[in-house]
Ligand binder design. Structure first.
Ligand code: HEC
Length: 279
């Protein structure tokens, strides 16, 4: 518990250091978490007594106390525009938002999130934009029983209705000094693949619609993770895909053909815009 407390009291400092994107520091934290992990196990309840949780949601659960202790070092609970430039990882609410559409039942959600945390990879990510922005989450070995509690809490947490902060099309998307942004031939081909999949889609089976959503998300992911894209160019690509993110999530999750059809139409329309800004 000494160790856990140490992390908590130093978390502000750690955060500041990490904002500088010092990878060395990240590995230090990872290492210190690793070495703390076993020592603090038996003392967590004591620790949460000394550090009472003020939040209302699931505030008294052990999972929440653990999440606070182990995850909020890097993750904010919710987005906080005032602290935008202190962010070193996506807010937990956003993590939940990205995983629930693909994993709507608790069991598959817990399995997928735990698999990611135990071995973060580009292959598994549902948040490619954050990997580009913050680098991949450091691999930390957690006690699996504790981790399960944390992730179950993440599934159950009711973050209330937060304003959507996703940037919509047109809001931020602009030309490069009057010219279209240049993407690699591979990315342009990837986009054509997505458009083709959308246009040639014919099915009346909702599972096929959900799969289509997953497929185009995976295609989009490859573009977002491309190392060629940095700075303004990456921001523009990110703006575009953030604009259709909610639609892709809806397509992945919906049980209604009607809703799915609407999402497909919206996404096709947005891709018409793609060609106005990128080539
Ligand atoms: C040392 C900092 C750090 C700690 C501690 C940390 N994370 Fe992360 N996490 C990150 C960063 C950075 C990202 C964004 C990059 C990424 O997605 O890999 C991230 C992303 C994630 C994602 C999104 C995965 C995706 O699809 O890309 C999940 C889920 C997650 N964290 C869960 C947790 C949980 C639960 C805990 C606590 C047990 C935790 N994290 C602790 C830094 C951290």
């Amino acid at each position: 518990m000494k160790c856990g407390l140490k992390i908590n009291s130093k978390s502000e400092k750690l955060r500041t250091q990490m904002i500088k994107k010092n990878i060395f520091i990240i590995s230090l934290i990872t290492f210190s978490l690793l070495s703390c992990n076993t020592k603090e196990k038996s003392k967590t309840s004591e620790n949460s007594k000394e550090d009472p949780v003020k939040e209302t949601v699931a505030a008294d659960s052990k999972g929440y106390a653990l999440m606070k202790q182990k995850c909020f070092i890097c993750h904010f609970e919710r987005p906080d525009p005032a602290k935008r430039n202190q962010m070193i990882a996506p807010p937990m609410l956003r993590v939940q938002e990205h995983y629930k559409p693909s994993y709507s039942d608790k069991e598959s959600f817990v399995k997928a999130v735990m698999a990611y945390i135990n071995n973060p990879s580009q292959e598994k990510t549902l948040m490619p934009g954050t990997i580009k922005k913050f680098n991949i989450m450091p691999r930390v070995i957690y006690d699996q029983t504790e981790l399960k509690l944390i992730v179950e809490t993440l599934y159950e947490l009711d973050f209330g209705s937060m304003p959507k902060m996703h940037m919509k099309m047109g809001n931020g998307l602009s030309l490069n000094n009057g010219q279209k942004w240049k993407l690699t031939p591979a990315s342009m081909e990837q986009v054509q693949t997505i458009i083709k999949k959308l246009n040639s889609f014919h099915s009346s089976n909702i599972a096929d619609y959900n799969q289509l959503g997953k497929d185009i998300f995976d295609d989009a992911k490859l573009i977002l993770l491309d190392k060629d894209y940095t700075g303004d160019l990456f921001d523009q690509i990110h703006f575009f895909f953030s604009g259709i993110e909610d639609n892709m999530h809806a397509l992945i999750a919906t049980k209604s053909i009607d809703v799915a059809n609407k999402q497909v139409i919206i996404i096709i329309n947005e891709f018409d815009n793609f060609n106005k800004y990128f080539e």
